[in-house]
Design a protein around this ligand. Sequence first.
Ligand SMILES: NC(=O)c1ccc[n+]([C@@H]2O[C@H](COP(=O)([O-])OP(=O)(O)OC[C@H]3O[C@@H](n4cnc5c(N)ncnc54)[C@H](OP(=O)(O)O)[C@@H]3O)[C@@H](O)[C@H]2O)c1
Length: 269
Amino acid sequence: MIRRLCLITGASAGIGAEFARQYAALGWDLALTARRTDRLEALGTELSEAHGIETLAIAEDLGADGAPERILAAIAARDRQVDALVNNAGYGLPGTFFNTSWDDQAQFIRVLYTAPIELAHRVLPGMAERHYGRIINVASLAGYAAGSAGHTLYASVKAGMIKFSESLNAECEAMGHADIHCTALCPGFTWSEFHDVNGTREDTNKMPKWMWMEAAPVVKAGIEAVNRGQPVVVPGMANKTIATLTRILPEPLGRAMVSAQSRRYRRMD
Ligand SMILES: NC(=O)c1ccc[n+]([C@@H]2O[C@H](COP(=O)([O-])OP(=O)(O)OC[C@H]3O[C@@H](n4cnc5c(N)ncnc54)[C@H](OP(=O)(O)O)[C@@H]3O)[C@@H](O)[C@H]2O)c1
């Protein structure tokens, strides 16, 4: 029997590695991609042995020209198709718009915005043919809230991923693709390597513990939501409360609250 295959970007750490664990436990084959091959291979071997599934490790920098096409070609070369896509790879770019180079900003936009959208665009025709597909875009609570100073494009690309997911999910429904769903997963602070990579660990460790979630319940919420056909999901009570507040507070008050909070962990240097 051919098992379904899930392609996960950013599978070498954090939320992406947890997506791999949960899809493997559900009996899916996996295509794991990120830049660190050693980690992808170690995770793939561990999950194949534990669950009797097939795994494929694809080393790619999502910011490189042609990366989405090469990732999908590596899967096609194994005669496999993508039944679920988890667009998860990401990072924070510290500093202000003024003091970061265009090269860094352009790479950021490619990794967190254009590459995931291209992957979705390229896998959808196959999903339509097979009448089945799941796309989870890992966005952020930051995409809900007002923008604030520092890490300038982060909220912007995440807001874009939320809107893209809502539109794509609605389109699938309107076009009669009853079993193809797209969901934006919007985590708040989640334990992973994210804040080590962007150099904000010391500051974010000062944030109250109730604001943090483990990756496992975040990922579970994403998988359950996409299976239900829910276009956006915010995992956890604390995050849901913050998301609701961002919708009901008068805009200037919401903006002031976000600015006050984000000054505690967004780097401006
Ligand atoms: N942690 C949080 O608090 C939080 C909150 C909201 C949203 N998120 C979102 O959750 C997603 C996953 O982040 P995480 O928290 O799990 O962080 P993480 O532990 O640092 O993992 C990030 C993953 O992205 C991959 N990645 C980074 N740059 C890449 C590139 N140029 N090409 C290919 N892969 C790349 C990394 O792999 P390699 O380094 O091996 O390439 C790694 O596997 C991100 O989209 C992030 O924005 C995180």
